[in-house]
Design a protein around this ligand. Structure first.
Ligand code: NAD
Length: 435
């Protein structure tokens, strides 16, 4: 007689692997790096299973009234990946491409990111499947408030703290804070970060992610004994992260030779005028309409001749198809998940020094942490204090990741995952298992 489930001494790992075979599935991108780092750490099977599973996945329907009076229903997600080190922390994204797998991957990345910079948060992420470009401000407000109400049990300064992400901004955070506060019957500023400064936001938060990118790029150039002055930089994405990274890198003496947005990019061998580009974009114009430079496509930007490439737009832009053509010596991942695992292997063979997303763009969550601390303390810091404390954390985290990578003769990405997983696993061991 045969049994349906014969005994096997082989541990059952990743039973759902078949669902994640696609190179561009972000959860697969996260998991393949996690697996590599977990193996290097000889993570025990029990913790391996715990850390590869999101703690909580919430799917909600978000009904709302269109301005026309019609009822529409969108889908919203919130995933809390791991809260062993502290409250969950993670942005909210409004985009047509939002999927549960993407939100899970982003929530996991937040967990590892907070551990890399050693701030006392776990990781979460949320999103609503919608196209903000085709919604009025009033419709966006109704969606935001209804989504907030739908996930309100998970939210709170001690449990889950959202922040802005793609297509959400400080105005959206103000609506979330207000909705939450109305339910609680008192004002709770620390329930979100990335708020307007006038209502409990932190000075320096808007610039923090781009500033962090600049700081780790400067450290990488120093480590590789390459000059900071005149280093040629190409930036994909000219929104919050990309434009500020470009501005601050230029201020350090680097030469920004190419930038792009979703309309395409501009290039100038001798260096672009970043301030003029920022003014251009502030007038709600696309870079494709900028006249003072040569034009190039987003695909061309990624393989342009430069020293530093900063992908600061989307996931999966550097893949097995174009990685071999990348000419940059350093990639600073401003975006979350811009490089696939297959591309990692090619970049490593070609000696490209990749500063991984969970380190490179951690400046944002670091100053979000400062904002949460300031809100809870009711005492606000000046911008220099914020920037100095951010610099200390980013430089120290870069050194710790680079040290881990050097000790294990691995790349910085796996070094960063090892550092993060080790920190999260240590807390799980100390806390033990609630049963
Ligand atoms: P944003 O909306 O301010 O800017 C996005 C930019 O990318 C815009 O210039 C847009 O035109 C461009 N873009 C969109 N589609 C593109 C395409 N197909 N090709 C090229 N460019 C395209 O967003 P942001 O806040 O700057 O976030 C960018 C990335 O950084 C995201 O991956 C986000 O998750 C990540 N990130 C942001 C923060 C933060 O504090 N804002 C923190 C950590 C990570």
């Amino acid at each position: 007689m045969t049994t349906a489930f014969p005994h096997s001494s082989t541990p059952l790992i990743r039973p759902d692997k078949d669902r994640f075979l696609a190179e561009e599935n972000p959860f697969e991108a996260m998991m393949s790096r996690f697996d590599h780092a977990a193996q290097r750490l000889s993570l025990d099977q029990g913790l391996y299973k715990v850390l590869r599973s999101p703690e909580k996945q919430i799917i909600v329907s978000v009904p709302f009234l269109r301005d026309s009076g019609e009822v529409e229903v969108y889908t919203g997600y919130r995933v809390l990946y791991n809260t062993s080190r502290g409250p969950a922390k993670g942005g909210i994204r409004f985009d047509l491409n939002v999927t549960l797998d993407e939100v899970k991957a982003l929530a996991a990345w937040m967990t590892w990111k907070c551990a890399v910079v050693n701030i006392p948060f776990g990781g979460s992420k949320g999103g609503v499947v919608c196209d903000p470009a085709n919604l009025s401000n009033a419709e966006l407000e109704r969606i935001t408030r209804r989504y907030t109400a739908a996930i309100i049990e998970t939210l709170g300064p001690d449990s889950d703290v959202p922040a802005p992400d793609v297509n959400t901004n400080e105005g959206v955070m103000a609506w979330i804070m207000d909705t939450y506060s109305m339910h609680k019957r008192h004002t709770v500023t620390a329930v979100v970060t990335g708020k307007p400064v006038a209502m409990g936001g932190s000075l320096g938060r808007r610039e923090a992610t781009g500033r962090g990118c600049m700081l780790v790029t400067r450290e990488a150039l120093k480590r590789l004994k390459l000059p900071v002055q005149g280093a040629r930089v190409a930036v994909q994405g000219f929104g919050n992260v990309g434009s500020i990274a470009a501005e601050l890198m230029e201020a350090q003496g680097m030469r920004v030779v190419a930038v792009s947005d979703k309309s395409g990019g501009v290039y100038h061998e001798k260096g672009l005028d970043v301030q003029a580009l920022i003014q251009h974009v502030r007038q709600r114009k696309f870079l494709a309409e900028y006249a003072e430079a040569q034009h190039l496509t987003n695909e061309e930007l990624l393989t342009v001749d430069c020293d530093v490439l900063v992908p600061a737009a989307l996931e999966n832009v550097i893949t097995s198809k174009n990685a071999a053509k990348v000419k940059a010596r350093i990639i600073c991942e401003g975006a979350n998940g811009p490089t696939t695992a297959n591309a990692d292997r090619i970049l490593e063979e070609n000696g490209v020094f990749v500063i991984p997303d969970i380190l490179a763009n951690a400046g944002g969550v670091t100053v979000s942490y400062f904002e949460w601390v300031q809100d809870r303390g009711g005492f606000f810091w000046d911008e220099d204090t914020v920037n100095q404390r951010l610099e200390r954390i980013m430089v120290q985290s870069f050194d710790e990741v680079a040290g881990m990578a050097a000790r294990h003769a691995i790349n910085l990405r796996i070094g960063a995952y090892m550092l993060a997983i080790d920190r999260v696993a240590a807390v799980h061991r100390m806390r033990g298992m609630y049963a």
